[in-house]
Design a protein around this ligand. Structure first.
Ligand code: PMP
Length: 400
């Protein structure tokens, strides 16, 4: 016990953040409809957003028309907040995802939290990839089950762990990001399903960055993984979580699964029913996003072309990335906190917004510039930002 006051402790912690160069100020960033953004009055090309398909502005008309009559839902979905638009969107999500049922959440974060705390009971285990998004890690920790961490590049160790410990638990869940949000790579979904079937476990996949972007139908990493012998990865997975805040251009999370699992979650996922339902106008806009995703596959094809171009440029310029990326999240590894920050601010001066990703989001030594590409980027923008990164980082290497 110390006699330090709370106020002093706050000051001390702030000082520690400054000393470690970890204090983060929130930028004010104005997004423009052409894929640029305005920061401090300067319009620059934005590689920091997740609006892969350009829908954030496009569905605005539908949103505005609905918001004229009502903004807030005013109550939780289980009280008086679930309008016809909420029901239509849940039905449309279930149809799009080819599952029996869907459940809306306030955000993707809340969806992961609600799904794991709502499904996992005392005596169960949650095996979590060590690179899973913070919302899955937090959800696994908050659940009543035991959290165990595995590495997807060491599935043999996961298999051994399951062989040794499966009998200790009632239900076992393997939970993974479909797309790893800092790497741009996809999870080994078929292999995880094999293990789940071998050890009577259930797989849960967070499709946050895959929805609208990956797979034949644009449903995400499970869709991309396909299947064999008639058993698709989508059918082998218990539940998929999604967010409408990325390719769908809006806000809100969802879970899709069988009717009984969704019925259970509607009654056990506290982040869903202890929070106010989404604004109905958001549901209307997201219905429009789903319509566009289904009817305009050329959008995701374009994103795929830009992703391939970026990877080719990275190889040609001898830059370092995480190999195997197939998604429009493309990292360029710039080790060292100071180096990556310097590269990011140099890029800002050159007219490109590219966020620097540091610890604790990635491990020390794996700091990176994280580029996200979308339909609004030209080929020229992709090649020129990578040329600028190449120039800046070779200069940095010489200067360190
Ligand atoms: N999962 C992953 C993999 C994410 O990247 C994010 C967003 N950063 C979320 C969940 C949370 O989604 P939302 O922004 O809708 O809360």
């Amino acid at each position: 016990m110390t006699d330090q006051s709370f106020e002093n402790r706050v000051q001390q912690r702030l000082q520690e953040l400054h000393d470690q160069q970890r204090f983060r100020a929130a930028n004010v960033v104005q997004l423009l409809a052409d894929g640029r953004c305005e920061i401090d009055g300067q319009a620059i090309i934005n590689f920091g957003g997740n609006d892969y398909l350009g829908l954030a502005h496009e569905v605005g008309r539908v949103f505005r028309e609905e918001a004229v009559t009502q903004v807030g839902a005013t109550a939780s979905a289980l009280v008086a907040g679930r309008s016809q638009l909420h029901r239509d969107l849940e039905n449309a999500l279930a149809a799009f995802e080819a599952t029996e049922a869907a459940l809306l959440f306030p955000t993707g974060y809340a969806a992961n939290l609600g799904v794991l705390t709502g499904l996992v009971e005392d005596g169960d285990a949650v095996f979590c990839d060590r690179d899973n998004h913070a919302s899955i890690i937090d959800a696994a920790r908050a659940s009543a089950g035991k959290m165990l961490v595995y590495r997807r590049d060491r599935l043999a160790a996961l298999q051994q762990s399951l062989a040794k410990r499966r009998h200790e638990f009632r239900n076992v869940f393997l939970v993974t990001d479909g797309v790893f949000s800092m790497d741009g790579t996809v999870a080994p979904l078929a292999e995880l399903c094999d293990l789940a079937e071998q050890f009577d476990a259930r797989v849960i996949v967070d499709e946050a960055h895959g929805t609208g972007v990956l797979g034949t139908h644009g449903r995400g990493a499970c869709d991309l993984a396909g299947g064999n012998d008639g058993a698709s990865v989508e059918d082998r997975v218990l539940l998929r979580v999604g967010t409408m805040s990325k390719a769908m251009g809006g806000l809100g999370g969802f879970a899709v699964s069988t009717q009984p699992v969704i019925d259970l979650l509607r009654n056990t996922a506290r982040t869903q029913f202890y929070s106010t339902a989404l604004p109905p106008a958001m549901c209307a806009a997201m219905l429009e996003s789903l319509r566009i995703i289904t009817s305009e596959p050329e959008r995701r094809e374009r994103v795929q072309q830009l992703t391939e171009l970026a990877h080719n440029e990275i190889v040609a310029r001898g830059l370092s990335t995480v190999p195997g990326g197939v998604t429009p999240i493309v990292p360029v590894i710039v080790p060292g906190e100071a180096a990556v920050m310097k590269a990011s601010s140099g890029l800002r001066e050159a007219g490109y917004f590219v966020p620097a990703i540091r610890t604790p989001t990635v491990r020390a030594g794996a700091e990176r510039l994280r580029l996200s590409f979308g339909v609004h980027h030209s080929e020229e923008a992709v090649t020129s930002v990578l040329a600028a990164i190449s120039d800046l980082t070779s200069g940095l290497a010489a200067g360190f």
